[in-house]
Design a protein around this ligand. Sequence first.
Ligand SMILES: Cc1cc2nc3c(=O)[nH]c(=O)nc-3n(C[C@H](O)[C@H](O)[C@H](O)COP(=O)(O)OP(=O)(O)OC[C@H]3O[C@@H](n4cnc5c(N)ncnc54)[C@H](O)[C@@H]3O)c2cc1C
Length: 407
Amino acid sequence: MADFSLDLNEDQLTIQKWVHDFSVDVIRPVAAKYDELEETPWDVIQEAANVGLYSLDFVSNAFADPTGLTFALMSEELAWGDAGIGLAIMGTTLGVSGIIGSGTPEQIGEWLPECFGTPEKIHMAAFAVSEADAGSDVSSLRTRAVYDAATDEWVINGAKTWITNGGIEKVPTVHVVVASVEPELKSRGHASFVVPPGTKGLSMGQKFSKMGIRASHTAEVIFDDVRVPGRCLLGGKEKLDARIARAREGKSSKVQAAMSTFEASRPLVGAQALGIARAAYEYALDYAKDRKAFGRAIIENQSIAFKLADMKISIDAARLLVWRACWMGHNGKQFTSGEGSMSKLVAGEVAVKVTDEAIQILGGAGYVKDHPVEQWHRDSKIYTIFEGTSEIQRLVVARAISGIHIS
Ligand SMILES: Cc1cc2nc3c(=O)[nH]c(=O)nc-3n(C[C@H](O)[C@H](O)[C@H](O)COP(=O)(O)OP(=O)(O)OC[C@H]3O[C@@H](n4cnc5c(N)ncnc54)[C@H](O)[C@@H]3O)c2cc1C
């Protein structure tokens, strides 16, 4: 087990600087353009692949860091550059987490390279859980997967919504989909499937126009008699049958398909929120030192200086929660108080508050597009919604600390 330390080691510092420089040189110069265009930044993703940032190798090395911090460092730096573009680069890791969370070692070995492709031929991945009537309430999802024993295939029907990278056809895209195999068992009857790129019957529905993170692609995904081979059931049929038999007997089960992925990814989503908050804090600090009103820099007013102090304090506090959760998750520590949810909740709410205060500090300049803070505020809001809303994170923490099934 790795010790928890706030002293980043040489490797971590090198990667942090490398990703930061990528954000400065490649992401920031086009951030406002892609926010305006609301298109996937293919040129940035291509450059990230060329330098090895968008690659299975990089992600594997980051995951291999025994402290669990490298991925959080990378996430914060990319979102510091631009959260939407950062998510366009990182969104594939949602699908990857779905495969790692439920797949066998053979499936992980087979599908992870398919998620990234190569710099010559980029691939992507998506993780599709949410449906129109099943967002927070994942147990209500209606997408069905039925086993066809004659062909050893699973037949998937249903519609997913708000899916990051969902239905992208420009590059081969691996979809990891959570579907119900035993509806009467609710979430205990769910299973995850890989839908390989180009599978017949999978298509993109509506592509959503969003308030923020507009460079990240969000769309509906339709499954119309999608047939995947038996080997695409993550974890395998034997394990699924055993889990379902246990659920039918009313015995407890530790694993729910979507939940195991969210537990691992929430602190990293929190790290992205931190990147936006830090960008806004730094920008507002510089502005407050430059901007003069009543013959002095506005930072000389305690009301402005205290805002900046509170912004810095809340960002640092949130980062401690994010790093703790990353370290715990990576070192097999149980989240006994919902520490993963806690970290994402605090970081998301800090990002919304800090970007709001940054606009306030810039005054009129904060409200117009000449400065990036209004975009950062729009970008920040998703962090109290996706990967579990703030209310759901509080529910997870409340249940964990009380042992009571609070609803
Ligand atoms: C840009 C974007 C990207 C996304 N990417 C993905 C993706 O890649 N894959 C994916 O599967 N999903 C994705 N989502 C979906 C996202 O995870 C859901 O929107 C989110 O979980 C909330 O679900 P909902 O929108 O249905 O809200 P609802 O569940 O309808 O909630 C509405 C409100 O009610 C509150 N609420 C609901 N239940 C309770 C309760 N029990 N107690 C207290 N309050 C409650 C919620 O907190 C919220 O305030 C994405 C969404 C967006 C907007």
